[in-house]
Design a protein around this ligand. Structure first.
Ligand code: AMP
Ligand code: GLY
Length: 435
């Protein structure tokens, strides 16, 4: 069996690595993949653009691809699933219309409100004077969001009115976010701890993935600018048993039912970014229409059941008959990034130490890397987020220790990483142990 995975990040490496473990799978193609997927058994990179649907569909037809998995949001929001379906090619992901849950914050906020799913109060604006008047009236802190896709950079948590106004100017007047910022959502600031809840959905049935939490900001202590994600761990201790059931009941089930009721059944990975406050309230911060990156890396490391079977059954609408099995050990993934990220970064730096990692509980997933053949193959940096060291451990502290021990062996000029990934979960673990 042959499988195609669209994308080039750490998430796609993790999905491909897991898919390849099925003995019936002979080949996993990545379009376009990265330096890690290029060198791994059963995996092959194909130089295809994730947004060139015609080329991708032709490749899938010619190579008799059993099904295609889509990693990033851009092809989904642009309708790759609809395109593949029109050619009778199985492709797991939401339709263009359903992907609006991520593609338009105004769409998702209206959806949440209509179906009474808890989320911050909000208003949508296209006029900057009206937006600013709303900020004056509502007060700070307040959150300003570009409506469309902005690669994780379209959200400003403004502490002062001045910050809020300059975000409004950037989006609506200077069009710094292009089309994505022509409409803004302004919403109430929510306090609490964030968690990622990702599920496979077949239009009707839900197969939840293990819970996870990521660190979105660049610097230790959750400070500095927002990034695509600097590290993640699974499970998310904040989602204890009771909170987990409430998330299913108050968020995930009503979302899947609401989409079906609205005539836009949702198929694919559904990612709810949640804020869990200390007073027990649960709110949706955002939806993504895909697996999280870097959440996929620790989550895939823990998956013990057959991911290929889950995907095929999801495509057949039979997820109600599937159960996912997870390694009871937690996993931590730490991202190594290139100097300058999330702003402009350098590329082409030689990475050393990749072959020195022998701990079987560690997997280095590649993201922005490229393998070049000279006298010997060498791996160089080719993106902002470069690698993710993902590790299992008897507890979160040990998983973290294993991930960092591997990172210490890897180097390139300008590499950096956060040294505190999973600190909240470890603090919780320590509290529980001393209780
Ligand atoms: P989003 O792209 O919507 O997930 O937003 C990016 C990040 O901004 C989130 O992960 C949160 O850390 C933060 N954020 C977004 N909306 C809110 C909110 N209403 N209250 C507090 N923080 C928020
Ligand atoms: N890690 C956050 C995301 O995938 O959007």
């Amino acid at each position: 069996m042959k499988i195609l995975i669209v994308g080039s990040g750490g998430r796609e490496h993790a999905l491909a690595w897991k898919v390849a473990q099925n003995s019936r799978v002979t080949d996993v193609y990545l379009a376009p993949g990265n330096g890690g997927t290029q060198t791994e058994k059963k995996l092959t990179n194909v130089l295809l653009d994730p947004l060139d649907f015609e080329d991708l569909a032709t490749f899938a037809e010619k190579n008799k691809i059993a099904f295609t998995l889509i990693g990033p949001e851009a092809p989904l929001v642009n309708g790759i699933v609809d395109f593949f379906q029109s050619r009778n090619l199985p492709c797991f992901g939401p339709s263009k219309e359903a992907s609006q849950l991520e593609g338009s914050k105004a769409f998702s906020k209206d959806f949440l409100k209509r179906h009474k799913i808890p989320s911050a109060e909000y208003e949508v604006f296209t006029d900057s004077a009206k937006a600013k008047a709303f900020v004056t009236q509502a007060g700070t802190p307040i959150v300003i969001k570009a409506d469309g896709l902005a690669a994780g950079k379209g959200v400003v948590v403004a502490q002062t009115e001045q910050e809020a106004n300059s975000a409004i100017d950037d989006m609506l007047t200077a069009e710094k976010y292009g089309q994505a910022g022509r409409r803004v959502v302004i919403e109430t600031f929510l306090e609490g701890e964030e968690a990622s809840f990702i599920a496979m959905v077949d239009g009707k049935n839900i197969l939840p993935m293990a819970t996870s939490q990521d660190h979105k900001t660049r610097d230790a202590g959750d400070k500095g600018p927002n990034t695509g994600g600097m590290g993640a761990y699974s499970p998310a201790p904040v989602l204890d048993e009771e909170t987990y059931s409430r998330v299913m009941r108050e968020v995930i089930i009503p979302t899947v039912e609401g989409m079906a009721l609205d005539g836009i059944p949702y198929t694919g990975f559904l990612y709810a970014g949640l804020m869990i406050s200390s007073n027990g309230s649960i709110n949706v911060i955002e939806f993504n229409c895909r697996f999280g990156d870097p959440e996929a890396q620790p989550v895939m490391l823990r998956l013990q059941s057959d991911f290929v079977e889950h995907c095929m059954e999801a495509l057949a609408g039979r997820l109600d008959q599937q159960t996912a099995k997870w390694d009871p050990r937690p996993a931590v993934g730490v991202v190594m990034a290139a100097k300058g990220y999330p702003a402009a970064y350098s590329t082409g730096e030689k990475i050393t130490g990749l072959n020195e990692i022998s701990n079987p509980d560690v997997k280095i997933f590649h993201a922005g890397t490229k393998t070049v053949e000279e006298d010997q193959p060498k791996t160089i940096t080719n993106g902002g987020r470069v690698l993710c060291s993902a590790a299992l451990g008897a507890n979160i502290a040990e998983a973290q220790k294993n991930a960092y021990a591997a990172i210490e062996k890897i180097a390139w000029d300008g590499a950096f990483y956060r040294d505190d990934i999973a600190y909240r979960a470890i603090a919780r673990e320590n509290r529980t142990e001393t209780e």
